[in-house]
Design a protein. Structure first.
Length: 243
């Protein structure tokens, strides 16, 4: 069975339901938590794909802030070069953008937080995993930084009113998401407790944010993004078989 390396940079963002969807689609997940001193492999030899999740760290942090981040960056570079299917979520998407030649900065419009819609761009209709998505799928946003410039040659797949680079593809099989699809209502509630300053900066009320990111919202997210996960798993499986 195809094996995907999953990097969880922070205890605050486990793979959650996304992991369940990928396992149900036939993937084996090997999870590494560098924040807990779990070692990262030097490269992706023996792995059929890579997923890098989000975290409280910033892609703009100095190397000494999280010394293991250089290892995550190396894995992303290795995945782009091989290539193997990659999926970067929030921080992971920002790191993917940087390692492919794009850039990240503190979000010019402030934090983007809550259960919000993103819009598919024209190129998404020809993308192997984005094409079947609704035109404006629901996602969970919780980020302070933004991808301000996509990598050269990257394909923009989704945007939002506030931040234009919500999803993109590098090459044939490396996808970056600015938003989250792996959350639960309980996880969002934890973020709200941990990031009260972000809520204040965004001018948002915690109770309203939690009401929007309710169980019903997550049911809608699961209906759309579980199928997305199956399509990513299919790309991994096909790539592994071809290799």
């Amino acid at each position: 069975m195809p094996t995907v390396l999953v990097v969880e940079p922070d205890v605050s963002d486990p793979i959650g339901p996304l992991g369940d969807w990928l396992i149900a689609a036939g993937l084996v997940l090997e999870i590494r938590r560098p924040h807990a001193s779990e070692p990262l492999p030097q490269d992706l030899h023996g792995f059929d794909g890579l997923i890098v999740l989000g975290g409280a760290q910033s892609a703009t942090d100095a190397p000494e802030a999280a010394p293991w981040m250089s290892g995550v960056r190396q894995l992303l570079r290795d995945g782009i070069a091989r290539p193997v299917p990659l999926l970067g979520i929030c921080l992971g998407g920002q790191l993917l953008a940087q390692e492919a030649g794009g850039s990240v900065r503190v979000g010019a419009a402030g934090p983007e937080i809550g259960a919000l819609l993103v819009g598919k761009r024209d190129a998404a209709f020809a993308d192997p995993i984005f094409a079947p998505l609704p035109i404006t799928p629901l996602v969970i946003q919780w980020h302070h930084d933004e991808i301000d410039a996509l990598p050269p040659g990257a394909v923009l797949l989704a945007n939002s009113v506030t931040y234009p680079h919500q999803a993109f593809r590098v090459g044939s099989c490396a996808w970056g998401l600015q938003f989250h699809v792996e959350t639960t209502p309980e996880l969002v509630a934890t973020w709200a407790e941990q990031d009260s300053a972000g809520l204040t900066r965004a001018g948002l009320d915690k109770d309203e944010v939690l009401a929007e990111a309710s169980s019903d919202a997550h049911v809608e997210i699961a209906q759309v993004w579980a199928a997305f996960a199956r399509r990513f798993a299919a790309v991994v499986t096909e790539s592994s078989a071809a290799a």
